[in-house]
Design a protein. Structure first.
Length: 547
Protein backbone atom coordinates (compact mmCIF):
# COMPACT_ATOMS: atom_id res chain seq x y z
CA UNK A 1 0.00 0.00 0.00
CA UNK A 2 2.82 2.40 0.86
CA UNK A 3 4.50 4.05 -2.14
CA UNK A 4 7.72 4.77 -0.24
CA UNK A 5 10.20 2.00 0.58
CA UNK A 6 10.56 2.59 4.31
CA UNK A 7 13.64 0.35 4.49
CA UNK A 8 15.64 3.01 2.63
CA UNK A 9 16.52 5.42 5.39
CA UNK A 10 17.94 8.12 3.14
CA UNK A 11 15.74 10.91 1.74
CA UNK A 12 17.91 11.66 -1.29
CA UNK A 13 18.24 7.99 -2.26
CA UNK A 14 14.47 7.55 -2.02
CA UNK A 15 13.83 10.58 -4.19
CA UNK A 16 16.43 9.64 -6.79
CA UNK A 17 15.21 6.07 -7.22
CA UNK A 18 11.47 6.72 -7.13
CA UNK A 19 9.27 6.22 -10.22
CA UNK A 20 5.51 6.69 -10.46
CA UNK A 21 3.44 3.62 -11.27
CA UNK A 22 -0.04 5.03 -11.75
CA UNK A 23 -2.57 2.62 -13.29
CA UNK A 24 -4.35 3.98 -16.38
CA UNK A 25 -7.75 3.34 -14.78
CA UNK A 26 -8.43 4.08 -11.13
CA UNK A 27 -11.12 5.52 -8.90
CA UNK A 28 -10.64 7.32 -5.60
CA UNK A 29 -13.68 5.61 -4.05
CA UNK A 30 -12.30 2.17 -4.91
CA UNK A 31 -8.91 3.03 -3.40
CA UNK A 32 -10.19 4.85 -0.30
CA UNK A 33 -13.37 2.94 0.40
CA UNK A 34 -14.45 -0.30 -1.30
CA UNK A 35 -11.10 -2.07 -1.33
CA UNK A 36 -11.22 -2.03 2.49
CA UNK A 37 -14.14 -4.45 2.57
CA UNK A 38 -11.88 -6.98 4.28
CA UNK A 39 -11.61 -4.62 7.27
CA UNK A 40 -15.29 -3.72 7.39
CA UNK A 41 -15.39 -3.61 11.21
CA UNK A 42 -12.44 -1.24 11.55
CA UNK A 43 -13.20 2.40 12.26
CA UNK A 44 -12.88 4.79 9.35
CA UNK A 45 -14.15 7.98 11.03
CA UNK A 46 -14.56 9.03 14.62
CA UNK A 47 -16.87 12.01 15.03
CA UNK A 48 -17.37 14.51 17.83
CA UNK A 49 -18.96 17.95 17.87
CA UNK A 50 -18.75 20.94 20.19
CA UNK A 51 -21.78 19.71 22.12
CA UNK A 52 -20.06 16.47 23.00
CA UNK A 53 -22.08 14.25 20.64
CA UNK A 54 -19.97 11.31 19.49
CA UNK A 55 -20.31 8.56 16.91
CA UNK A 56 -18.14 6.47 14.64
CA UNK A 57 -18.32 5.00 11.16
CA UNK A 58 -16.54 1.81 10.18
CA UNK A 59 -15.34 0.93 6.69
CA UNK A 60 -18.26 -1.43 6.10
CA UNK A 61 -20.69 1.41 6.85
CA UNK A 62 -18.73 3.83 4.67
CA UNK A 63 -19.02 1.39 1.77
CA UNK A 64 -22.74 0.77 2.31
CA UNK A 65 -23.76 4.38 2.94
CA UNK A 66 -21.73 5.72 0.00
CA UNK A 67 -23.41 3.11 -2.23
CA UNK A 68 -26.80 4.32 -1.01
CA UNK A 69 -25.75 7.94 -1.53
CA UNK A 70 -24.54 7.16 -5.06
CA UNK A 71 -27.87 5.52 -5.87
CA UNK A 72 -29.72 8.45 -4.34
CA UNK A 73 -27.74 10.97 -6.42
CA UNK A 74 -28.15 8.95 -9.58
CA UNK A 75 -31.90 8.88 -8.91
CA UNK A 76 -31.76 12.70 -8.88
CA UNK A 77 -30.21 12.65 -12.35
CA UNK A 78 -26.54 12.97 -11.39
CA UNK A 79 -24.28 11.26 -13.91
CA UNK A 80 -20.59 11.17 -14.86
CA UNK A 81 -19.10 14.65 -15.07
CA UNK A 82 -21.99 16.33 -13.23
CA UNK A 83 -21.08 18.54 -10.28
CA UNK A 84 -22.28 17.88 -6.73
CA UNK A 85 -21.51 20.58 -4.18
CA UNK A 86 -20.96 19.90 -0.49
CA UNK A 87 -21.25 22.74 2.00
CA UNK A 88 -20.35 20.63 5.01
CA UNK A 89 -17.88 20.67 7.91
CA UNK A 90 -15.88 17.70 9.16
CA UNK A 91 -18.47 14.96 9.65
CA UNK A 92 -19.22 11.44 8.34
CA UNK A 93 -21.74 12.69 5.76
CA UNK A 94 -18.96 14.67 4.07
CA UNK A 95 -16.86 11.57 3.46
CA UNK A 96 -19.93 9.56 2.40
CA UNK A 97 -20.91 12.20 -0.18
CA UNK A 98 -17.37 12.37 -1.56
CA UNK A 99 -17.15 8.62 -2.03
CA UNK A 100 -20.60 8.58 -3.66
CA UNK A 101 -19.57 11.23 -6.20
CA UNK A 102 -16.41 9.36 -7.15
CA UNK A 103 -18.35 6.11 -7.52
CA UNK A 104 -20.68 7.77 -10.04
CA UNK A 105 -17.85 9.47 -11.88
CA UNK A 106 -19.33 12.83 -10.89
CA UNK A 107 -17.25 15.82 -9.77
CA UNK A 108 -17.30 16.80 -6.10
CA UNK A 109 -17.33 20.54 -5.38
CA UNK A 110 -16.34 21.03 -1.73
CA UNK A 111 -17.32 24.44 -0.33
CA UNK A 112 -16.51 25.89 3.05
CA UNK A 113 -19.21 26.07 5.69
CA UNK A 114 -17.85 29.57 6.37
CA UNK A 115 -18.94 30.91 2.98
CA UNK A 116 -21.65 33.55 2.89
CA UNK A 117 -24.21 34.39 0.23
CA UNK A 118 -21.99 35.92 -2.45
CA UNK A 119 -19.23 33.33 -2.12
CA UNK A 120 -21.65 30.41 -2.38
CA UNK A 121 -23.69 31.95 -5.17
CA UNK A 122 -20.64 32.54 -7.37
CA UNK A 123 -19.11 29.09 -6.89
CA UNK A 124 -22.37 27.20 -7.31
CA UNK A 125 -23.23 29.21 -10.42
CA UNK A 126 -19.78 28.94 -11.97
CA UNK A 127 -19.52 25.19 -11.38
CA UNK A 128 -23.07 24.51 -12.57
CA UNK A 129 -23.67 22.25 -9.57
CA UNK A 130 -26.92 20.32 -9.93
CA UNK A 131 -27.15 19.11 -6.31
CA UNK A 132 -25.85 20.61 -3.08
CA UNK A 133 -25.62 18.79 0.25
CA UNK A 134 -25.38 20.94 3.35
CA UNK A 135 -26.11 21.11 7.07
CA UNK A 136 -28.57 23.17 9.08
CA UNK A 137 -26.30 26.23 9.27
CA UNK A 138 -26.49 26.87 5.51
CA UNK A 139 -29.75 25.15 4.57
CA UNK A 140 -31.98 28.25 4.61
CA UNK A 141 -29.43 30.33 2.70
CA UNK A 142 -29.07 27.69 -0.01
CA UNK A 143 -32.82 27.33 -0.34
CA UNK A 144 -32.97 31.12 -0.79
CA UNK A 145 -30.31 30.94 -3.53
CA UNK A 146 -32.03 28.05 -5.30
CA UNK A 147 -34.11 30.19 -7.68
CA UNK A 148 -31.06 32.26 -8.69
CA UNK A 149 -29.10 29.18 -9.84
CA UNK A 150 -30.67 27.64 -12.96
CA UNK A 151 -28.47 24.50 -12.85
CA UNK A 152 -29.24 23.71 -9.21
CA UNK A 153 -32.00 21.10 -8.95
CA UNK A 154 -31.84 19.85 -5.37
CA UNK A 155 -30.73 21.11 -1.97
CA UNK A 156 -30.34 18.28 0.55
CA UNK A 157 -29.98 18.98 4.25
CA UNK A 158 -28.30 16.63 6.68
CA UNK A 159 -27.54 16.41 10.37
CA UNK A 160 -26.51 13.69 12.78
CA UNK A 161 -30.08 12.51 13.28
CA UNK A 162 -32.97 11.36 11.11
CA UNK A 163 -33.01 14.16 8.56
CA UNK A 164 -33.55 14.41 4.82
CA UNK A 165 -30.10 13.09 3.82
CA UNK A 166 -30.51 9.92 5.85
CA UNK A 167 -34.13 9.42 4.87
CA UNK A 168 -33.15 9.56 1.22
CA UNK A 169 -30.30 7.11 1.81
CA UNK A 170 -32.59 4.68 3.63
CA UNK A 171 -34.76 4.47 0.50
CA UNK A 172 -31.79 3.69 -1.77
CA UNK A 173 -30.16 0.37 -2.63
CA UNK A 174 -26.92 -0.44 -0.81
CA UNK A 175 -25.09 -1.91 -3.79
CA UNK A 176 -23.44 0.15 -6.52
CA UNK A 177 -21.03 -0.62 -9.34
CA UNK A 178 -18.22 1.91 -9.32
CA UNK A 179 -17.79 3.78 -12.60
CA UNK A 180 -14.76 2.84 -14.68
CA UNK A 181 -12.81 6.08 -14.50
CA UNK A 182 -9.43 6.80 -16.03
CA UNK A 183 -6.53 8.36 -14.18
CA UNK A 184 -7.37 11.67 -15.89
CA UNK A 185 -11.11 11.63 -15.16
CA UNK A 186 -12.03 14.77 -13.16
CA UNK A 187 -12.88 14.03 -9.52
CA UNK A 188 -12.81 17.37 -7.70
CA UNK A 189 -13.39 21.04 -8.41
CA UNK A 190 -11.75 23.17 -5.72
CA UNK A 191 -12.00 26.94 -5.91
CA UNK A 192 -8.84 28.89 -5.22
CA UNK A 193 -8.34 32.63 -4.98
CA UNK A 194 -6.11 34.71 -7.22
CA UNK A 195 -5.05 38.34 -7.36
CA UNK A 196 -7.48 39.49 -10.01
CA UNK A 197 -11.00 38.52 -10.87
CA UNK A 198 -13.21 35.98 -9.14
CA UNK A 199 -11.99 32.67 -7.68
CA UNK A 200 -10.98 29.98 -10.17
CA UNK A 201 -12.02 26.34 -10.02
CA UNK A 202 -9.05 23.98 -10.08
CA UNK A 203 -10.10 20.70 -11.69
CA UNK A 204 -8.39 17.75 -10.00
CA UNK A 205 -8.26 14.22 -11.51
CA UNK A 206 -8.47 10.82 -9.80
CA UNK A 207 -4.73 10.26 -10.34
CA UNK A 208 -3.95 13.12 -7.95
CA UNK A 209 -4.59 10.75 -5.05
CA UNK A 210 -1.39 8.88 -5.94
CA UNK A 211 0.43 12.16 -6.48
CA UNK A 212 -0.25 13.23 -2.89
CA UNK A 213 0.82 10.00 -1.24
CA UNK A 214 4.62 10.24 -1.26
CA UNK A 215 4.50 13.59 0.48
CA UNK A 216 1.80 12.42 2.91
CA UNK A 217 3.76 9.31 3.87
CA UNK A 218 6.98 11.22 4.45
CA UNK A 219 5.56 14.34 6.08
CA UNK A 220 3.90 11.98 8.58
CA UNK A 221 7.20 10.18 9.20
CA UNK A 222 6.52 7.04 7.16
CA UNK A 223 2.78 6.74 7.61
CA UNK A 224 1.15 4.35 8.38
CA UNK A 225 2.53 2.85 11.57
CA UNK A 226 0.67 0.65 14.10
CA UNK A 227 -1.82 2.72 16.10
CA UNK A 228 -1.82 5.68 13.70
CA UNK A 229 -4.95 7.87 13.89
CA UNK A 230 -5.17 11.18 12.02
CA UNK A 231 -6.68 14.60 12.74
CA UNK A 232 -6.49 18.10 11.29
CA UNK A 233 -8.30 21.34 12.13
CA UNK A 234 -8.26 22.13 8.38
CA UNK A 235 -11.69 22.25 6.76
CA UNK A 236 -12.35 19.19 4.60
CA UNK A 237 -13.55 21.62 1.92
CA UNK A 238 -9.95 22.72 1.33
CA UNK A 239 -6.94 21.00 -0.19
CA UNK A 240 -5.31 20.83 3.26
CA UNK A 241 -8.26 18.98 4.76
CA UNK A 242 -8.98 16.71 1.79
CA UNK A 243 -5.65 15.87 0.16
CA UNK A 244 -3.42 16.31 3.20
CA UNK A 245 -5.70 14.45 5.63
CA UNK A 246 -9.02 12.77 4.77
CA UNK A 247 -8.36 11.02 1.45
CA UNK A 248 -4.83 9.69 2.12
CA UNK A 249 -5.84 8.46 5.59
CA UNK A 250 -8.75 6.55 4.07
CA UNK A 251 -6.49 5.25 1.30
CA UNK A 252 -4.36 3.56 3.95
CA UNK A 253 -7.45 2.18 5.71
CA UNK A 254 -6.70 4.04 8.95
CA UNK A 255 -9.08 6.05 11.15
CA UNK A 256 -9.45 9.82 10.99
CA UNK A 257 -11.08 12.05 13.57
CA UNK A 258 -13.78 14.44 12.37
CA UNK A 259 -14.06 17.13 15.02
CA UNK A 260 -16.76 19.72 14.45
CA UNK A 261 -15.71 21.97 17.29
CA UNK A 262 -16.26 25.44 15.87
CA UNK A 263 -13.66 28.09 16.62
CA UNK A 264 -10.22 26.69 17.44
CA UNK A 265 -9.97 26.29 21.21
CA UNK A 266 -6.44 25.09 22.07
CA UNK A 267 -7.34 23.59 25.46
CA UNK A 268 -10.32 21.71 24.02
CA UNK A 269 -8.18 20.53 21.12
CA UNK A 270 -5.60 19.20 23.58
CA UNK A 271 -8.32 17.23 25.38
CA UNK A 272 -9.67 15.85 22.10
CA UNK A 273 -6.18 14.84 20.89
CA UNK A 274 -5.66 12.93 24.13
CA UNK A 275 -9.16 11.39 24.25
CA UNK A 276 -8.84 9.79 20.81
CA UNK A 277 -5.12 9.11 21.11
CA UNK A 278 -4.42 11.01 17.91
CA UNK A 279 -0.98 10.06 16.62
CA UNK A 280 -0.71 12.07 13.40
CA UNK A 281 -1.81 15.55 12.43
CA UNK A 282 -1.70 18.35 9.92
CA UNK A 283 -1.81 21.55 11.99
CA UNK A 284 -1.24 24.93 10.29
CA UNK A 285 1.29 27.27 11.95
CA UNK A 286 -1.39 29.63 13.30
CA UNK A 287 -3.10 26.76 15.13
CA UNK A 288 0.27 25.54 16.42
CA UNK A 289 0.95 29.01 17.84
CA UNK A 290 -2.37 28.88 19.65
CA UNK A 291 -1.69 25.35 20.89
CA UNK A 292 1.63 26.58 22.21
CA UNK A 293 -0.30 28.56 24.84
CA UNK A 294 -1.36 25.30 26.52
CA UNK A 295 1.18 24.09 29.10
CA UNK A 296 2.15 20.45 29.67
CA UNK A 297 0.50 19.01 26.57
CA UNK A 298 2.04 15.62 27.13
CA UNK A 299 2.24 15.28 30.92
CA UNK A 300 -0.80 17.41 31.76
CA UNK A 301 -3.21 16.45 28.97
CA UNK A 302 -1.82 13.16 27.72
CA UNK A 303 -1.22 14.24 24.12
CA UNK A 304 0.84 11.56 22.36
CA UNK A 305 1.41 12.76 18.82
CA UNK A 306 3.89 10.78 16.70
CA UNK A 307 4.04 13.12 13.69
CA UNK A 308 2.92 16.62 12.80
CA UNK A 309 2.99 18.25 9.37
CA UNK A 310 2.45 21.97 9.02
CA UNK A 311 1.84 24.11 5.93
CA UNK A 312 0.01 27.16 4.61
CA UNK A 313 2.57 29.66 5.87
CA UNK A 314 6.12 29.58 7.21
CA UNK A 315 6.59 27.45 10.33
CA UNK A 316 9.74 29.19 11.54
CA UNK A 317 12.48 28.18 13.94
CA UNK A 318 10.58 29.09 17.09
CA UNK A 319 7.76 26.61 16.39
CA UNK A 320 10.26 23.90 15.43
CA UNK A 321 12.01 24.27 18.79
CA UNK A 322 8.69 24.38 20.66
CA UNK A 323 7.52 21.19 18.93
CA UNK A 324 10.62 19.31 20.03
CA UNK A 325 10.25 20.50 23.60
CA UNK A 326 6.45 20.39 24.06
CA UNK A 327 5.45 17.54 21.73
CA UNK A 328 8.63 15.48 21.64
CA UNK A 329 8.80 15.57 17.84
CA UNK A 330 10.12 17.62 14.95
CA UNK A 331 7.36 19.37 13.02
CA UNK A 332 7.66 18.63 9.30
CA UNK A 333 7.02 21.72 7.21
CA UNK A 334 5.41 21.11 3.78
CA UNK A 335 4.68 23.24 0.74
CA UNK A 336 2.24 22.77 -2.11
CA UNK A 337 -0.74 24.34 -3.85
CA UNK A 338 -4.27 23.31 -4.75
CA UNK A 339 -3.28 22.97 -8.40
CA UNK A 340 -0.07 21.05 -7.64
CA UNK A 341 -0.03 19.75 -4.09
CA UNK A 342 2.42 18.10 -1.69
CA UNK A 343 5.53 19.08 -3.63
CA UNK A 344 8.18 19.92 -1.07
CA UNK A 345 8.68 19.11 2.57
CA UNK A 346 10.52 17.38 5.35
CA UNK A 347 10.63 13.90 6.84
CA UNK A 348 12.42 14.22 10.16
CA UNK A 349 12.48 10.43 10.50
CA UNK A 350 15.15 10.16 7.79
CA UNK A 351 16.26 13.72 7.01
CA UNK A 352 17.47 16.45 9.36
CA UNK A 353 15.26 19.52 8.72
CA UNK A 354 16.78 22.95 8.48
CA UNK A 355 14.51 25.20 10.57
CA UNK A 356 13.13 27.90 8.30
CA UNK A 357 13.46 25.80 5.14
CA UNK A 358 10.45 24.15 3.47
CA UNK A 359 12.50 21.00 2.88
CA UNK A 360 13.24 19.13 -0.35
CA UNK A 361 11.05 17.91 -3.23
CA UNK A 362 9.26 14.73 -2.20
CA UNK A 363 9.84 11.58 -4.28
CA UNK A 364 8.21 11.82 -7.70
CA UNK A 365 8.25 15.63 -7.84
CA UNK A 366 10.72 17.97 -9.48
CA UNK A 367 10.81 21.55 -8.20
CA UNK A 368 13.31 24.13 -9.36
CA UNK A 369 13.96 27.84 -9.07
CA UNK A 370 13.57 29.42 -12.52
CA UNK A 371 13.88 32.83 -14.13
CA UNK A 372 11.31 34.64 -16.30
CA UNK A 373 12.38 32.62 -19.39
CA UNK A 374 11.95 29.27 -17.63
CA UNK A 375 15.67 28.65 -17.14
CA UNK A 376 16.75 26.83 -13.99
CA UNK A 377 18.80 29.04 -11.68
CA UNK A 378 21.82 27.86 -9.71
CA UNK A 379 21.82 27.35 -5.95
CA UNK A 380 21.58 30.55 -3.96
CA UNK A 381 19.84 32.60 -6.66
CA UNK A 382 16.28 33.77 -6.04
CA UNK A 383 13.54 33.16 -8.59
CA UNK A 384 10.10 31.67 -9.02
CA UNK A 385 9.47 28.21 -7.60
CA UNK A 386 8.22 25.98 -10.41
CA UNK A 387 7.19 22.32 -10.65
CA UNK A 388 7.76 20.09 -13.67
CA UNK A 389 4.35 18.88 -14.83
CA UNK A 390 5.20 16.06 -17.25
CA UNK A 391 4.60 12.67 -15.66
CA UNK A 392 3.59 14.06 -12.27
CA UNK A 393 0.16 12.67 -11.30
CA UNK A 394 -0.63 15.41 -8.79
CA UNK A 395 -0.82 18.27 -11.32
CA UNK A 396 -4.31 19.60 -11.95
CA UNK A 397 -6.17 19.33 -15.26
CA UNK A 398 -6.71 23.08 -15.56
CA UNK A 399 -9.04 25.84 -14.41
CA UNK A 400 -12.74 25.25 -14.93
CA UNK A 401 -13.88 26.99 -18.13
CA UNK A 402 -10.80 29.22 -18.10
CA UNK A 403 -8.20 28.18 -20.67
CA UNK A 404 -6.42 31.55 -20.56
CA UNK A 405 -5.80 31.30 -16.81
CA UNK A 406 -4.60 27.71 -17.23
CA UNK A 407 -2.19 28.71 -19.98
CA UNK A 408 -0.79 31.53 -17.83
CA UNK A 409 0.28 29.01 -15.17
CA UNK A 410 2.81 27.31 -17.46
CA UNK A 411 6.10 28.15 -19.14
CA UNK A 412 7.04 25.18 -21.31
CA UNK A 413 6.01 22.36 -18.94
CA UNK A 414 6.93 24.26 -15.81
CA UNK A 415 3.99 25.01 -13.52
CA UNK A 416 4.44 28.52 -12.12
CA UNK A 417 3.54 28.60 -8.44
CA UNK A 418 3.76 32.36 -7.99
CA UNK A 419 6.00 31.79 -4.96
CA UNK A 420 9.53 33.13 -4.88
CA UNK A 421 12.39 31.30 -3.22
CA UNK A 422 15.83 29.75 -3.63
CA UNK A 423 17.60 26.41 -3.24
CA UNK A 424 20.69 26.13 -1.03
CA UNK A 425 23.79 24.05 -1.75
CA UNK A 426 22.31 21.05 0.09
CA UNK A 427 19.13 21.03 -1.99
CA UNK A 428 16.83 22.55 0.63
CA UNK A 429 14.26 25.03 -0.65
CA UNK A 430 13.65 28.35 1.11
CA UNK A 431 10.54 30.49 0.71
CA UNK A 432 10.97 34.24 0.19
CA UNK A 433 7.49 35.54 -0.64
CA UNK A 434 4.64 35.77 -3.15
CA UNK A 435 5.15 37.04 -6.69
CA UNK A 436 1.60 38.38 -6.70
CA UNK A 437 -0.82 39.82 -4.21
CA UNK A 438 -2.43 36.66 -2.82
CA UNK A 439 -2.77 36.88 0.95
CA UNK A 440 -1.79 33.88 3.08
CA UNK A 441 -3.50 34.15 6.47
CA UNK A 442 -3.75 31.36 9.05
CA UNK A 443 -3.32 28.79 6.28
CA UNK A 444 -6.03 30.28 4.04
CA UNK A 445 -5.11 31.54 0.58
CA UNK A 446 -7.14 34.70 0.05
CA UNK A 447 -7.48 36.69 -3.15
CA UNK A 448 -7.78 40.45 -2.65
CA UNK A 449 -10.05 40.90 -5.67
CA UNK A 450 -13.03 39.11 -4.16
CA UNK A 451 -12.70 41.07 -0.91
CA UNK A 452 -12.43 44.38 -2.73
CA UNK A 453 -15.51 43.60 -4.82
CA UNK A 454 -17.38 42.89 -1.61
CA UNK A 455 -16.12 46.01 0.15
CA UNK A 456 -17.37 48.38 -2.53
CA UNK A 457 -20.88 46.92 -2.19
CA UNK A 458 -21.09 48.73 1.13
CA UNK A 459 -22.96 52.03 0.57
CA UNK A 460 -20.23 54.06 2.27
CA UNK A 461 -17.30 52.68 0.26
CA UNK A 462 -16.09 54.33 -2.94
CA UNK A 463 -12.82 52.45 -3.47
CA UNK A 464 -10.98 49.74 -1.59
CA UNK A 465 -7.76 47.75 -1.67
CA UNK A 466 -7.00 44.62 0.37
CA UNK A 467 -3.54 43.43 1.31
CA UNK A 468 -1.90 41.06 3.74
CA UNK A 469 -0.50 42.81 6.79
CA UNK A 470 2.29 41.02 8.69
CA UNK A 471 0.97 39.38 11.85
CA UNK A 472 2.90 37.38 14.42
CA UNK A 473 0.08 34.87 14.99
CA UNK A 474 -1.49 34.35 11.56
CA UNK A 475 1.46 35.18 9.33
CA UNK A 476 -0.72 37.83 7.70
CA UNK A 477 -4.10 39.36 8.31
CA UNK A 478 -6.37 40.98 5.78
CA UNK A 479 -6.20 44.75 5.97
CA UNK A 480 -8.38 47.01 3.84
CA UNK A 481 -7.62 50.56 2.76
CA UNK A 482 -10.91 52.31 2.12
CA UNK A 483 -11.82 55.53 0.35
CA UNK A 484 -15.26 56.73 1.48
CA UNK A 485 -18.04 58.18 -0.60
CA UNK A 486 -19.00 61.81 -0.05
CA UNK A 487 -21.25 62.28 2.92
CA UNK A 488 -19.67 59.53 5.02
CA UNK A 489 -17.19 60.07 7.83
CA UNK A 490 -14.64 57.62 9.12
CA UNK A 491 -15.44 56.06 12.49
CA UNK A 492 -14.97 52.84 14.43
CA UNK A 493 -18.67 52.14 14.03
CA UNK A 494 -18.46 52.47 10.24
CA UNK A 495 -15.37 50.24 10.15
CA UNK A 496 -17.25 47.56 12.09
CA UNK A 497 -20.20 47.83 9.71
CA UNK A 498 -17.91 47.35 6.70
CA UNK A 499 -16.18 44.40 8.34
CA UNK A 500 -19.48 42.72 9.13
CA UNK A 501 -20.69 43.11 5.56
CA UNK A 502 -17.68 41.10 4.34
CA UNK A 503 -18.18 38.43 7.01
CA UNK A 504 -21.80 38.02 5.97
CA UNK A 505 -21.16 37.93 2.22
CA UNK A 506 -17.87 36.03 1.92
CA UNK A 507 -16.38 34.16 4.87
CA UNK A 508 -15.30 34.83 8.42
CA UNK A 509 -11.63 34.26 7.59
CA UNK A 510 -11.75 36.73 4.67
CA UNK A 511 -13.04 39.79 6.45
CA UNK A 512 -10.54 42.64 6.95
CA UNK A 513 -9.40 42.55 10.55
CA UNK A 514 -8.17 46.10 10.11
CA UNK A 515 -9.59 48.97 8.09
CA UNK A 516 -7.72 52.17 7.40
CA UNK A 517 -9.60 55.09 5.86
CA UNK A 518 -7.52 57.08 3.36
CA UNK A 519 -8.13 59.95 0.94
CA UNK A 520 -6.97 58.11 -2.18
CA UNK A 521 -5.40 54.83 -3.26
CA UNK A 522 -1.99 54.63 -4.97
CA UNK A 523 -2.64 53.91 -8.64
CA UNK A 524 -0.63 53.04 -11.75
CA UNK A 525 -0.85 55.21 -14.86
CA UNK A 526 -3.32 52.69 -16.28
CA UNK A 527 -5.62 53.00 -13.28
CA UNK A 528 -4.66 49.82 -11.38
CA UNK A 529 -4.27 49.88 -7.62
CA UNK A 530 -0.64 49.56 -6.57
CA UNK A 531 -1.11 47.11 -3.71
CA UNK A 532 2.66 46.74 -3.55
CA UNK A 533 2.94 50.29 -2.14
CA UNK A 534 0.38 49.50 0.54
CA UNK A 535 2.16 46.26 1.45
CA UNK A 536 5.51 48.00 1.67
CA UNK A 537 3.94 50.63 3.92
CA UNK A 538 2.66 47.97 6.31
CA UNK A 539 5.95 46.06 6.23
CA UNK A 540 7.80 49.25 7.24
CA UNK A 541 5.31 49.89 10.02
CA UNK A 542 5.64 46.31 11.23
CA UNK A 543 9.44 46.46 11.18
CA UNK A 544 9.53 49.69 13.19
CA UNK A 545 6.66 48.83 15.50
CA UNK A 546 4.61 51.75 14.20
CA UNK A 547 0.89 51.96 13.47
Amino acid sequence: MRLIDSTIGDFDRLAKGFRWQVPPRLNIAQLCCDRHSDRADQIAIYYENAGGDRKSLNYGQLIRYSNQCANMLRGLGVGPGDRVAMVLPQRPETAIAHMACYKIGAIAVPLSILFGEDALSYRLGDSGASVVITDASRLDLLHALHDQLPDLREVIGCDCGDTEFWRLLSKSADEFEIASTSADTPALLIYTSGTTGPPKGALIPHRALYGNLTGFEMSQNLFPQPGDLFWTPADWAWTGGLWDALLPTLYFGRPILAYEGGKFDPEQVARVLARYRVRNAFIPPTALKMLRQVPDLRAGYGVELRSVMSAGEAVGEELIHWGREALGLTINEMWGQTEFNYLVGNCSEIMPPKPGSMGKPYPGHRVEVIDAEGQVLPAGETGELAAWADGDPVVFLGYWNNEDATRDKFVDRWFLTGDVGYRDEDGYIWYVGRRDDVISSAGYRIGPGEIEDCLIKHPAVLQAAAIGKPDDLRGSIVKAFVVLRKGHEASDQLAQSIQQSVRDRLAAYEYPREIEFIEQLPMTTTGKVRRVELRELEERRHATGGD
